[in-house]
Design a protein around this ligand. Structure first.
Ligand code: DUR
Length: 307
């Protein structure tokens, strides 16, 4: 860190750059495509008409702002996990005037046969699975939950209108691309209308077995599915995005889509050749969706999804 920061509550430097994503007013657009992977962000940025601003922060955030089809957009890579999503949403909110539309394009594990590797999941809502560290503590403080190793939350809704646009645009993009692919390469389907689960770990909270650690997680996926039978995707950011949007006092709207990388039903993993084909198609579909979002109409209250 080179700059002097003021305000311990919400640190900013003298020019107004926020602490971790290192951007100030005017450097982030109202429409944001967010990914985890910096390479993915840079690849998608090649689709922009022009780039006006680019910043890589010391804390692992990349912001690229430009225009797509004449509309200002930012592409932001944030790394992984709920904490990074929290930094990104709050600090972006702090430097953008007006409503913000965010679409996350991530990767996930699939819990459904309907979404094999190469498909794209567009969830209507999401919840969190969190390791209850008190369960593992010698002196737990919360007797009511001390015997529960993983806590499964209720749902947070994606923005209904944005999700609709994203689903339709994605379906069209994949359908248009498929005939041009080599024989044997299949992308899609788009699996929409189900739920996403954010694990607080790629490992324990997502039910992966790690003999080096005490995790007590062999039932965690079943427990989550018992509470939320329509869960399609398991990853680490999108439910947090929906949760923060819900808590943003109506100023942040969000939707998400993920490429299925890990097949948690049949224990498979996506082939790199398929990622290379799928990623630019999905990235473009997300940009095409973002520019369709009517930010003015976002003033109206959002729909609350049923579980
Ligand atoms: N991810 C998961 N679980 C999976 C596949 C992908 O969490 O099974 C997502 C979330 C995170 C990154 O950003 O990819 C971890 O590899």
């Amino acid at each position: 860190m080179k700059e002097t920061l003021t305000n311990a509550n919400f640190p900013q430097d003298a020019e107004g750059h926020v602490y971790h994503i290192s951007v100030k007013r005017g450097q982030v657009a109202n429409r944001i495509l967010t990914v985890g992977d910096h390479h993915r962000a840079r690849a998608i940025a090649k689709l922009l008409d022009r780039i006006d601003f680019e910043r890589s922060s010391q804390r692992g955030f990349l912001t690229i702002t430009g225009r797509y089809k004449g509309v200002p957009v930012s592409i932001m890579a944030i790394g992984m996990g709920n904490c990074m999503m929290d930094f990104f949403v709050r600090e972006s909110r702090a430097v953008v005037d007006g409503d913000i539309a965010i679409i996350r394009f991530g990767s996930c594990g699939s819990l459904t046969e309907r979404a094999p590797p190469g498909s794209v999941i567009v969830p209507k809502a999401g919840y969190c699975i969190r390791r209850n560290i008190d369960y593992f503590c010698d002196t737990p403080l919360m007797p009511a939950i001390q015997d529960i190793p993983y806590l499964v939350s209720g749902n947070f809704a994606a923005d209904e209108g944005m999700t609709d646009i994203l689903e339709k645009t994605m379906e069209q993009a994949l359908a248009e691309a498929q005939p041009h692919l080599d024989a044997g390469v299949t992308i899609g389907p788009v699996v929409a209308g189900g739920l996403n689960a954010d694990g607080c770990s790629f490992y324990s909270a997502q039910g992966r077995m790690d003999p080096q650690f005490w995790d007590d997680n062999k039932d965690v996926i079943q427990t989550a599915l018992a509470a939320h039978p329509t869960t399609d995707a398991l990853e680490m950011e999108t439910s947090m995005l929906f949760h923060l949007a819900q808590c943003s006092k109506g100023t942040v709207r969000a939707a998400g889509c993920m490429q299925v990388f890990a097949d948690r039903v049949n224990n498979g993993f996506i082939r790199p050749e398929v990622v290379a084909i799928l990623e630019p198609i999905v990235g473009k579909a997300v940009l095409d969706s973002l520019v369709q979002v009517d930010l003015e109409a976002m003033e109206e209250a959002g729909t609350v999804w049923e579980n």
